[in-house]
Design a protein around this ligand. Structure first.
Ligand code: HEC
Ligand code: HEC
Length: 288
């Protein structure tokens, strides 16, 4: 392993880390594993509670496919090129678990080098996904943002300004309310992970009532609202307030509205700068 365990632990916390599952699993870390696999469901949607663990051999197989079929458009390190976007900064890739999201992109008439991407097998897509996540991890590890020793270099005052201003954190949080004492609860590494990937509270009766909700209006009947169970291109299911399960096939006439309290945090990944991140962490750590 090239990097120190600490750095790797943080990279792992954020995106899954090559051969380093154990250090990531500390206090407050979400349950790892392959929960989101193949679902395109809640976990993949929420993008938070699980992580993609890179399998090196699969990544090597994936690299071959990538070189043959993707490289001219997405670049040698997947950082993008003239004809294709940066995959390392891609939210699709961040949310992808074992190809579930990348596969969906490829199946939708994706441009091709030689082979029609719609013809890839599930195993090929999973291999590609391992390779792309490997590139993502490489990028995270070499980014100054992800060096643990730098986590607390932020400026708490600037973090407070960001929290109540540009970051709009105060729309949902309060330093004297729900986040009171949060600095004593998490060390800086866990803190950063917490606000990048807060964990949905699954099931009823757990801590906090924050869950991903969905309202489905089938063509024939009344709208039904409940806790989202699964959502993909073809089906949607939920549990209503009595705990009863409802499943629907999606048709163009089926209206599906998702209310995801974690969306703000997922969107944050796209816009937060390194400086804002350090400052916000320093500020949150000061709330003891
Ligand atoms: C001929 C050029 C080309 C080739 C070859 C190509 N792509 Fe793309 N790719 C694009 C373009 C353009 C986009 C953005 C538009 C879109 O999503 O269709 C894109 C988007 C994507 C995205 C979604 C990124 C995002 O954040 O929305 C993924 C994932 C992706 N490509 C993976 C791959 C993989 C894996 C391969 C090889 C199997 C591949 N692409 C081959 C041009 C290409
Ligand atoms: C649209 C609402 C919303 C916004 C905006 C938002 N958050 Fe959150 N945040 C949440 C939800 C929901 C949770 C999960 C809370 C729970 O499970 O009880 C959460 C969790 C957290 C946690 C973990 C708290 C804990 O005790 O585990 C931290 C830290 C946090 N957010 C920081 C931030 C920061 C910093 C910002 C601004 C950059 C921000 N949030 C913006 C909704 C939001």
């Amino acid at each position: 392993m090239r990097d120190s365990v600490r750095v790797c632990a943080l990279a792992a916390a954020l995106a899954g880390c090559l051969g380093a599952q154990a250090p990531a699993g500390g206090r407050g870390a979400p349950a790892g594993g392959r929960g989101g696999r193949g679902g395109g469901g809640l976990l993949a949607q929420a993008g938070s509670a699980d992580k993609h663990i890179v399998d090196e051999e699969a990544a090597q197989r994936g690299q071959k496919i990538y070189a043959a079929e993707c490289i001219t458009c997405h670049g040698a390190s997947a950082r993008g090129a003239q004809n294709g976007p940066d995959l390392v900064r891609s939210v699709v890739v961040l949310r992808d678990r074992y190809g579930d999201q990348i596969g969906a992109v490829l199946k939708k008439n994706h441009p091709a080098q030689t082979r029609k991407p719609a013809t890839y097998t599930a195993a090929e897509i999973e291999d590609l996904s391992h390779f792309i996540h490997l590139k993502l991890n490489d990028t995270l590890r070499t980014s100054p943002l992800f060096h643990a020793q730098n986590v607390l270099t932020g400026d708490a005052k600037a973090g407070e300004v960001y929290f109540n201003g540009e970051g709009k954190c105060n729309q949902c949080h309060s330093a004297t309310g729900d986040l009171k004492g949060v600095g004593a609860k998490y060390d800086p590494v866990d803190m950063q992970q917490k606000f990048l990937f807060p964990k949905p509270a699954f099931g009823r009766g757990g801590r906090g009532a924050k869950q991903v909700m969905v309202t489905v209006t089938p063509p024939s009947g009344p709208a039904i609202t409940g806790v989202l169970d699964k959502l993909d291109d073809f089906n949607v299911s939920l549990r209503d307030k009595d705990g009863e399960y409802h499943g629907f096939a999606r048709t163009p006439q089926t209206k599906v509205v998702v209310d995801d309290p974690f969306k703000a945090h997922i969107d944050l990944l796209e816009r937060i700068s390194d400086k804002n991140m350090h400052d916000a962490t320093a500020y949150l750590e000061s709330l003891k």
